[in-house]
Design a protein around this ligand. Structure first.
Ligand code: CA
Length: 239
């Protein structure tokens, strides 16, 4: 898949980054992939462009000179569902958790390669497309060797069928729909158990544990990575 969406639709990415050389290399790298790029050197401009430029995705540096990236994420999220990928310093776990709580969808840690960033961008753009689709909720899904049919609750990993309770099925479906991206425990609770469910994030950990056992029994190909302090990520292992 190239940077351009299906058809001739242009995909616009807003880059909010105060360091000029990083902003420049990001913008030129994205432009080379066919994306239309909007640039902001501070949070205020970023917010204005998020509102007026109608981006399809926001790449947001957390360390900005005026408003903090966390606040920018929160303010963008207040009226837009656009995917937000945070750019953070390596290992800044509190930043990562804070950003995800503020409504960011994903993060990359500095330094990162353009290849890694482009992959994360594609995952998050797909995710957005999936949510927008009317019949996305019932259409079957294939991620590597994993096939899931939400209507019949049938799931297969390669040749083996997965024997899942409805709850485990929904949990795996949510992780698979967001394959490659980090899913927070809170998001999983909301999506799989419902926002009015009174429970703890520990519930998620226990179900992920069961799900891992089911996947392991069925064979290789798909695994659930722990993102420490944050949540989980479904990854397809390379053959
Ligand atoms: Ca910065």
């Amino acid at each position: 898949m190239s940077g351009r969406g299906s058809g001739d639709e242009e995909v616009t990415i807003l880059v909010v980054e105060d360091e000029e050389n990083i902003r420049f290399s990001l913008s030129s790298g994205l432009a080379r992939e066919g994306y239309r790029v909007l640039e902001a050197a501070d949070g205020e401009t970023g917010l204005a462009l998020a509102r007026e430029g109608d981006p399809d995705l926001v790449l947001l540096d957390l360390m900005l000179p005026d408003i903090s990236g966390l606040d920018v994420a929160r303010l963008i999220r207040r009226d837009k569902s656009v995917p937000i990928i945070m750019v953070t310093a390596r290992d800044a776990e509190t930043d990562i958790i804070g950003g995800l709580e503020m409504g960011a969808d994903d993060y990359v840690t500095k330094p990162f390669s353009m290849g890694v960033l482009l992959a994360r961008i594609r995952v998050n753009l797909r995710r957005k497309g999936g949510e927008a689709g009317e019949d996305g909720a019932t259409s079957s899904l294939r991620i590597g060797p994993l096939v899931m049919e939400p209507e019949s609750l049938v799931a297969r990993l390669g040749e083996r069928s997965l024997d899942l309770t409805p709850r485990l099925f929904q949990l795996l479906l949510y992780l698979a729909r967001n394959a490659g991206a980090v899913c927070t425990r809170d998001a999983m609770l909301n999506e799989v158990w419902g926002f009015d469910y009174v429970g703890e994030t520990r519930t998620v950990d226990v179900h992920v544990h069961w799900l891992r056992e089911k996947l392991r029994e069925a064979g290789p190909g798909v695994s659930l990575e722990t993102v420490r302090g944050v949540g989980y990520r479904l990854v397809v292992s390379e053959e």
